[in-house]
Design a protein around this ligand. Structure first.
Ligand code: BTN
Length: 313
């Protein structure tokens, strides 16, 4: 798959013969492969007799050297992986990389979402990035995932999308459609030394997908511009490092006001679900350690935990 898509990444026409020669397969095998890949990866393909095939728009492929030059840390840039978080955890287990380091991939076959969900990760369209950090003080982990949301939002705001904001605990939405998600995974002993893998998925150039079972959007859908994924990755990691620098000194209280200001559901009536049980209330905000504050029948209650789902009433 990768080889074929790399040949077509420039968005120009390539004849079946040329593609077949490069891959060592027949012209009809090229067509079959292209049809499958374009469907699986949600890529629009044009086929014009006498000219060949072209992708509707070029692919913004990741460039490891450019990323490392600009970020100054080790960037593991992969083609197809199960999950960048899983790759990062494997690097840690094998003591293969100094921290901090980043793992990026063009495609994830088993991208991990919150609450056991799959994060749909078509080839070269969105950003799939895991940033790995060594943590020596468990305090640092408090509300870290909410703080990361602030860094992701700061990265996305300059693209000028109307209605962009946060949704507790760490979704980035445009109005009510999901634009980006965050999944933190820990390894080691939080009471001693541990590592945190900060997994971030941003829908960048995705224009259609049939198997995402929630309302979603992408930067390109909102702005109608082709997004340079290397530039997006650099801006994201720089914002993340800036925010983590403040977080290590001052913790979440340093980002608390900004978080609440950018919370799309601040003051809204919501339904908070955990398995079969649910609570109805109005959002007051979040506590300094990142728990959700709800006004439930006139009295304040706080909620935290990865298994909670928040919906508007
Ligand atoms: C969510 O469900 O909102 C969290 C989605 C997190 C997806 C990112 S993509 C990069 C990293 N690798 C994964 O497998 N998941 C995270």
């Amino acid at each position: 798959m990768q080889q074929l898509l790399r040949l077509l990444a420039d968005g120009r026409f390539h004849s079946g013969e040329e593609l077949g020669r490069a891959l060592g397969i027949s012209r009809s095998a090229v067509w079959k492969r292209l049809r499958t890949v374009s469907q699986q990866q949600f890529l629009k393909l044009h086929s014009v007799p006498g000219k060949g095939y072209r992708l509707e728009q070029p692919l913004s492929l990741l460039r490891r050297e450019a990323l490392e030059d600009q970020l100054g840390i080790c960037c593991h840039v992969e083609e197809c992986v199960d999950s960048t978080n899983a790759v990062a955890l494997r690097h840690l287990a094998a003591l293969r990389s100094d921290t901090p380091f980043v793992v990026l991939a063009e495609h994830q076959s088993e991208g991990r979402g919150r609450r056991g969900r799959v994060w749909i990760s078509p080839y070269a369209q969105n950003l799939y990035l895991s940033y790995v950090l060594r943590v020596e003080n468990a305090q640092y982990l408090q509300a870290l995932s909410l703080a990361v949301g602030v860094a992701v939002l700061r990265t996305l705001e300059p693209y000028g999308m109307h209605g962009i904001g946060l949704k507790w605990p760490n979704d980035i939405l445009v109005n009510s459609s999901k634009l980006a998600g965050i999944l933190l995974e820990l390894t080691g002993d939080p009471a001693d030394v541990c590592h945190v893998v900060i997994g971030i998925g941003i829908n960048a150039n995705l224009m259609e997908a049939s198997n995402i079972n929630q309302a979603w959007t992408s930067i390109q859908r909102e702005t109608l511009r082709l997004i340079d994924r290397n530039e997006l990755a650099v801006r994201l990691v720089k914002n993340l490092e800036r925010l983590l620098g403040v977080h290590i000194e001052h913790g979440f209280p340093a980002h608390h006001a900004e978080w609440e200001e950018k919370h799309l559901w601040q003051g809204r009536d919501v339904r908070l679900m955990s398995g079969a049980s649910e609570v109805l209330g109005r959002v007051i905000g979040v506590t300094p350690d990142g728990a959700l504050r709800l006004d439930v029948d006139g009295s304040e209650q706080t909620f935290s935990g990865g298994e909670l789902t928040l919906r508007l009433q």
